[in-house]
Design a protein around this ligand. Structure first.
Ligand code: GLV
Length: 325
């Protein structure tokens, strides 16, 4: 008998066939996200769950007495209560590596868009307006040869450093617990204190996972340390930043602008003041959203799922739970 699993979002035929070869499965085929009550119902008799992101807490676990693995189709896993999962011997997996280049590309896009005001001027042209020669309004900020400060130099940070250094001749500074010798050697990245990164960078990028330590890592004090024309870029998690402090820093012209793919509350509240600021570029949490990256993530998650329910060793167990395999 094949192990029972639930697929909580529609996946491609290729991914579905792979799961079908190893598991007895049901799949949520709705276009909208699976409603919580349906999910809680469906997990009651399964050993494995594949899902973009699940909040695995007491309530969830109570409903899933046979669950052995939650396979996330995402790299961030702050929604998993790893202590509780370990207690119940449930493995959690995520999908690192396959999205690194894709997210790094978006970050460069956000940086260019905010520095050169591409989205703002796109709206301008579409309103039938045009450039006036040397009007300071049109004179934006160079990206090439500027200084990029990366807070959290993981795999994605390194891909950004590569693009910034080799493609745009940028100086790369970084703040990270451990040194990244490869980034230093290949891309000339320099390890600095957080304060040095904040004070010296033209672009400040936060690329850390959300944990108790990184919650509101960037707040009033940090914005005050940044250059007056610094552009702050956050494609990681909204809660890494104290959003009211960011709004305040932008309103008081303490920084030059921001580019945000994530918000403290998602979907973002339409009344959020950030949405009315011309010097803020926004995207709706789409860091890994290309067809190829999402397919690779789903396949990786499927492989982790199948390994987890067939007695194998999933490749991408979140590190807090790696003692379970
Ligand atoms: C996206 O935010 C992810 O964690 O993969």
């Amino acid at each position: 008998m094949k192990p029972k699993v639930y697929i909580a979002k529609p996946v491609s035929e290729k991914v579905e066939n792979y799961i079908a070869a190893h598991c007895d499965y049901k799949m949520w085929r709705g276009e909208e996200n699976i409603p919580k009550d349906v999910l809680l119902e469906e997990i009651q008799d399964v050993e494995g769950l594949i899902i973009p992101k699940a909040k695995v807490d007491k309530d969830f676990i109570k409903n899933a007495p046979h669950l052995k693995i939650v396979s996330h189709i995402a790299v961030g896993y702050e929604t998993l209560d790893t202590d509780l999962m370990a207690e119940h011997e449930i493995i959690g997996t995520h999908t690192p590596y396959v999205l690194d280049d894709t997210v790094a590309d978006l970050i460069l896009g956000l940086m260019l868009s905010s520095a050169r005001r591409i989205s703002q001027l796109d709206r301008y042209v579409k309103e039938g307006k045009w450039n006036k020669l040397d009007d300071p309004f049109f004179l934006s900020k160079d990206v090439h040869h500027a200084t990029l400060g990366i807070i959290g130099m993981g795999r994605i940070g390194e891909e950004v450093a590569k693009r910034a250094s080799l493609g745009f001749d940028m100086n790369v500074l970084y703040y990270n617990r451990s040194p990244r010798p490869e980034a230093e050697e290949k891309y000339g990245a320099e390890k600095k204190t957080m304060e040095q990164v904040l004070k010296q960078s033209d672009f400040v990028l936060t690329m850390v996972p959300l944990t108790d330590e990184t919650h509101h890592l960037i707040g009033e004090k940090e914005f005050k340390m940044m250059k007056k024309d610094a552009i702050f870029i956050n494609p990681s998690r909204g809660n890494v930043v104290d959003e009211p402090a960011l709004i305040q820093a932008l309103e008081a012209n303490e920084i030059g602008g921001a580019a945000l793919d994530v918000f403290e509350t998602e979907p973002v509240d339409p009344g959020n003041p950030l949405l009315t600021m011309d010097n803020v570029v926004t995207t709706p949490h789409i860091g890994s959203a290309t067809a190829d990256a999402r397919e690779a993530m789903a396949m990786k998650a499927a492989e982790n799922l199948v390994a987890g329910v067939t007695g194998g060793k999933p490749e991408n167990v979140v590190k807090e739970l790696s003692h379970l395999v």
